[in-house]
Design a protein around this ligand. Structure first.
Ligand code: ZN
Length: 339
């Protein structure tokens, strides 16, 4: 909803230092028609070090070159979009493609990354292992996003990170903006990982072509679209929103429009949050600026942000959107319905 901030250099450097060399080592082997052995030397589940076809080796040469030139692991969201837009590897038959994707998934192994492991490459063996600190990429990324309290796609469901009584770290899902199945080599790219809710990650965004969809690191939905409750009058009741639509700002990007469609935001908000919209409209009408000033003098507090939080659930400031449930709709209503 509000653009996500960049990832700090300390995190990107750490990720690049831990992952770049071992992954490049495994790709180098594939470019020479050889498969890495998956697992530590001497481990019981080592797979034989078979060869790959000449066509597959050419494909891997393309992947390795892009990996080295563009530094997938830490490339910004804009660079990732560029990589995907220009991705034209040498063609493979379906059997080779299936094998190539399988190998890339074992190298760019998101599940291992998520478990706090780091990759190793030694003497033709590629494996993931617990690092010395036991703190994995998934964990440090989750802590980076601790101020993103609500899903950047819907702004409605909670993003969480906490430690259980027995010491386990519990995180929300990270969505792969460009899908792992389609782009296995971007599975560990920090700017391809976006903290999200289950509905947006697993139920709505399943097969979309994300090249045409707004990216929360690049496009700011707040400056592209605004929530607008369509009102109607029922008997003696005041105006109740029957439907919530998202209207484009003057220069709305087509990618933002596609984002609204993909995440079904109008249907979601109309079916689940019409009452929240109505309550917000009523608050705007009752809590006039004059009332707010009066309230500030009664509670003896000069900071308008405190009064706004008490009345509207948030300081009326766009920097608060990702920290507040329905924060964007609240701000849009305050802006359009104020008296
Ligand atoms: Zn969501």
């Amino acid at each position: 909803m509000k653009k996500l901030s960049g990832i700090p250099n300390s995190i990107t450097d750490r990720h690049e230092n831990a992952c770049f060399a071992p992954i490049k080592g495994a790709l180098d082997l594939l470019c020479n028609n050889q498969r890495p052995v998956f697992g530590k030397a001497g481990s019981s589940n080592n797979q034989s070090n078979g060869s790959i076809s000449a066509a597959a080796a050419l494909y891997f040469k393309y992947v390795r070159k892009q990996f080295v030139v563009h530094h997938f692991l830490t490339a910004t969201a804009r660079k990732l979009r560029n990589i995907v837009n220009h991705w034209q590897p040498p063609p493979l038959n379906s059997a080779d493609k299936e094998q190539a994707d399988m190998l890339l998934k074992r190298i760019f192994d998101y599940d291992a990354f998520r478990q706090g492991k780091t990759p190793c490459f030694q003497n033709g063996h590629f494996y993931w292992t617990k690092n010395r600190t036991g703190v994995g990429g998934y964990e440090y990324l989750a802590y980076h996003y601790k101020n993103v309290k609500y899903c950047p796609y819907c702004n409605a469901d909670a993003i969480y990170v906490f430690r259980t009584a027995d010491g386990r770290e519990i995180f929300s899902a990270f969505d792969h903006f460009f899908l792992r199945d389609e782009y296995p080599f971007l599975a560990l790219s920090l700017y391809n990982l976006i903290p999200t809710c289950y509905r947006c990650n697993s139920q709505l965004k399943t097969v979309a072509d994300m090249r045409t969809i707004a990216n929360p690191f690049i496009e700011d939905m707040h400056s592209n679209v605004f929530f607008f409750p369509v009102l109607h009058r029922i008997g003696l009741q005041s105006n109740v929103p029957c439907r919530i639509i998202l209207c484009p700002h003057e220069r709305c990007s087509p990618k933002a429009h596609a984002f609204v469609q993909l995440f079904e935001l109008e249907r979601l908000y109309s079916s689940s949050f019409a009452k929240d919209a109505w309550m917000c409209i009523e608050k705007v009408r009752q809590y006039t600026p004059e009332f707010r000033r009066h309230m500030a003098s009664v509670i003896g507090h000069k900071d308008p942000r405190l009064v706004e939080t008490l009345l509207f659930g948030m300081p009326l400031d766009e920097s608060e959107i990702n920290k507040t449930r329905l924060g964007k709709m609240t701000l849009d209503i305050v802006e359009r319905f104020h008296v």
